[in-house]
Ligand binder design. Structure first.
Ligand code: AMP
Ligand code: GLY
Length: 438
């Protein structure tokens, strides 16, 4: 069987790598992929990105199933286009993807279905928004309604920051159409977790829990990024809290979307804030897997991902079980100099060949590529080509062991200007030491 994976990041490398382990899968095309997917067993990169061209490719190559990695093509309607052409694809339709594509849609949906989230108001008029901020406690959160590549959320500690964020979005249109509507939201305190389910529209299977590290620098300092590292499972999610999240958040979303005529088929990622009292509130929904959470989660997945996705597309997710490696997985992102504002490209990456040979032997770690490329003029060499370059992902008997292994491997890889956080997993370790037993 031939599959197609859309995207070029670490998440897509991990998805393609995991799908390739299925004995039912012969070839996986990745559009457009990266230097890691170019080298993987059964994997082939293709340089196509426009939706109509992808539809034509899938038709010509008789692709059995297409799997979409990033949010942009989902919110643009890639699933609708494939389905209209009679092609099988896994992911939410354009309307269902509005849970990520429009924060005001998601907020109104949560209100309609009693799903716990921070209180917020939507604004299009700057004067009204400024007035609202004057009466609001600090910190306060200003969010662009639409997709803004990680630049759409400002946590304002002072009134000046809050007013400036409003002006940037509603007056200066810095985020274009994505910032034409804004939400002003109460600030929630606590620990953030990523809770992802696989849904067929009515049945769900929860994936292993995980925690991301969104800020660039150690101790959660510096600007927001796509994610600088992750680990799975998230120790803050006790089994009671897990049940509670499924009953009070994930089930009402899947049921509510079906009731409203837009069944949600795909990965649904809820970014949750767990309060110090142990309550979960939704910060955001994503209509896809997380990056780099996926790298950690899929390294722990023992079940056949292709079979699970087939069940999801066929509406039979009530049938399979999902099996996890009981070990902990941790992913450290190696990012390019200048990331996230202005990542430098075309630096040679050293040390990959030796580590890739070792990863085939041991199987307890994997170097997932993200912003990497090869160059025909320099055969065998790999170069940086984007912000997040590699996701070094390792398993361990506990968080500490996974962490030591991931950092040991990262230490053998070099490229000019590499940035990485040195404290991935330390919150989870603190939780183990200080957390209450369940
Ligand atoms: P979002 O894209 O909505 O997830 O926001 C990006 C990041 O901003 C989240 O991962 C949180 O770290 C933070 N954030 C968003 N909303 C809130 C909130 N209401 N209270 C505190 N932090 C928030
Ligand atoms: N790592 C956060 C995200 O994928 O949105």
């Amino acid at each position: 069987m031939q599959l197609l994976v859309i995207g070029n990041g670490g998440r897509e490398h991990a998805i393609a790598w995991k799908l390739a382990q299925s004995p039912l899968v012969e070839t996986i095309f990745i559009a457009p992929g990266n230097a890691g997917t170019a080298l993987g067993a059964k994997l082939k990169n293709i340089s196509i990105t426009a939706i109509p061209d992808l539809v034509n490719f899938a038709r010509q190559e008789k692709i059995h199933l297409t799997v979409v990695g990033p949010e942009a093509p989902l919110t643009e309607g890639i699933v609708d286009a494939f389905q209209a052409a009679g092609l099988r694809i896994f992911g939410p339709t354009r309307h269902a993807a509005r849970l990520e594509g429009s924060k005001s849609f998601a907020k109104a949906f949560m209100l309609r279905h009693g799903i716990p989230t921070a209180a917020s108001e939507t604004f299009t008029d700057a004067t009204v928004a400024h007035h609202y901020i004057d009466g609001h406690a600090l910190p306060v959160v200003i969010k662009a309604d639409g997709l803004a590549a990680g630049k759409g959320v400002i946590i304002a500690q002072t009134p000046e920051e809050a007013h400036a964020a409003v002006d940037a979005m509603l007056v200066d249109h810095k985020l274009g159409a994505a910032g034409a509507h804004i939400l002003i939201e109460d600030y929630l305190e606590g620990e953030e977790v990523s809770f992802i389910v696989l849904s067929d529209g009515k049945n769900m299977l929860p994936l292993a829990t995980s925690q991301d590290h969104k800020r660039l620098l150690d101790n959660d300092a510096g600007p927001n990024t796509g994610g600088m590292g992750a680990y799975s499972p998230a120790p803050v999610i006790t089994s009671d809290l897990h049940d509670n999240i499924m009953q009070r958040i994930m089930l009402p979303v899947i049921r509510g979307m079906a009731q409203e005529g837009h069944p949600y088929i795909g990965f649904l990622y809820a970014g949750l804030m767990i309060s110090p009292q142990g309550d979960a509130h939704v910060l955001e929904f994503n209509c896809r897997l997380g990056d780099p959470e996926t790298q950690a989660i899929l390294l722990r997945l023992k079940s056949d991902l292709f079979t699970l996705l087939e069940h999801a597309v066929n509406g039979t997710l009530d049938q399979p079980q999902i099996e996890w490696d009981q070990r902990v997985a941790l992913c450290v992102v190696m990012a390019a100099q200048g990331y996230p504002a202005n990542p430098r490209k075309n630096d040679e990456i050293h040390g990959l060949a030796a580590i890739m040979a070792r990863q085939e032997e041991t199987g307890d770690f994997h170097v997932f590529h993200a912003g990497t490329t090869s160059n025909q003029q320099y055969p065998g060499k790999v170069f940086t080509s984007g912000g997040r370059v590699l996701g070094i992902t390792a398993l361990g008997e506990d968080l500490q062991q996974a962490r030591v292994q991931a950092y040991d491997i990262a230490a053998t890889i070099r490229f000019e200007g590499c940035q990485l956080r040195r404290d991935i997993g330390s919150k989870g370790l603190a939780q183990r030491i200080c957390g209450k037993p369940d």
